[in-house]
Design a protein around this ligand. Sequence first.
Ligand code: ADP
Length: 401
Amino acid sequence: MKSLVVNCGSSSVKYALFDMEGEKKIAWGLIECIGLKEGFYSRQTDKTPKIKDALEIKNHTQALELIINDLLDKKTGSISDVKEIAVIGHRIVHGGNVFSEPVISDENSKEGLRKCFDIAPLHNPSNYEGVLAAEKMLPGVPSVFVFDTAFHQTMPDYAYMYALPYQYYEKHHIRRYGFHGTSHKYVSQRAAEMLKKSAKEIKIITAHLGNGSSLTAVKNGKVIDTSLGFTPLPGIVMGSRSGDFDPAIIPFLMGIYPELKEPNALSDMLNKKSGLLGIADSSDMRGIIEAKSKGDKKSELAFKMLCYSVKKYIGAYFAALNGIDALIFTAGIGENSAPVREEICKGLEALGIEIDLAQNQRSGDERFISSANSKVKIMVIPTNEELMIAREAVKTLSNKK
Ligand code: ADP
């Protein structure tokens, strides 16, 4: 059985085709700059090397058409008939409080998705466009919506509510939703398998540290708190997003810089010009670490700020969970940066979190990096959101049958 994963952004389509026997990724690629004069299409399969072409791609339907034609290519394709694709899993950023689990695309769920446009205007409409394009190109193949927010829907109200006037929650659904749910779910399931325990009997903190980052407290397989919120802005220091800060700074700055009264300019400042970039002129952790090693003070400050913000969330979630069995690092920084993991874990011995410095330096796949004495297991688990979406799509389809 084959499962096609589609992730449509406003001007891009990322895809991956899995053969679910053995969960093997057999074809994948990315189309960028849709709607511009020069777009790019890169793709490869488990049998053929990467090819990248520059070409004009007018819209998402044309992008899907290119992808399907390539999948069907007689020489290099991975399928001989579209009927081999049993299901399409679509990554959908925001399910609001309408969706708490993946759903099959039908008129009802599409209406529900349209209701979530307001809440994620930058992402959900493009995700939806991808659904329509896929349905046009692959008629009869069922689509499943897999939401970035769904795994977090188990949070209790006292964790997801903001202490703002209650009417904003009632009228506009202003609350914490959380993101990266597919990644947190994948690594928490893998952690349970690696610990040889059921997810239902462990308490863990998952740290997804990439350009966008979030920490999640998972108790017995269910999320009880997460660091991103109504939008992916709060929580720990990120590549170019501020993370937590005093919100009263906003009206204060608006009084000084009239241009910040314009919502897009304000949003740009908070999402695209802050975080590591705002402090040290680079949103890339590798660049920050290199500059820090050459004595750049702002890079050192940015590095310490990010690690300290993660450490504080670990403390908070350790308390919320009343102790943990494991701390998981994942995503670009979490998987690859030994100095970041070391700085975060340094000084957490009081919580039973002790890193093994030699193990931490090792690179590789899934691994334990805690010392023999550490009460808490520290683990590095490469995330695999695409595979998780492929699995969720298959599971949702078979539950319906
Ligand atoms: P996104 O949120 O865009 O998916 P990623 O998960 O790919 O981001 O993470 C990107 C971040 O990971 C960047 O800050 C990058 O510098 C960092 N990163 C990737 N490899 C390394 C490495 N070897 N050492 C330190 N940071 C790394």
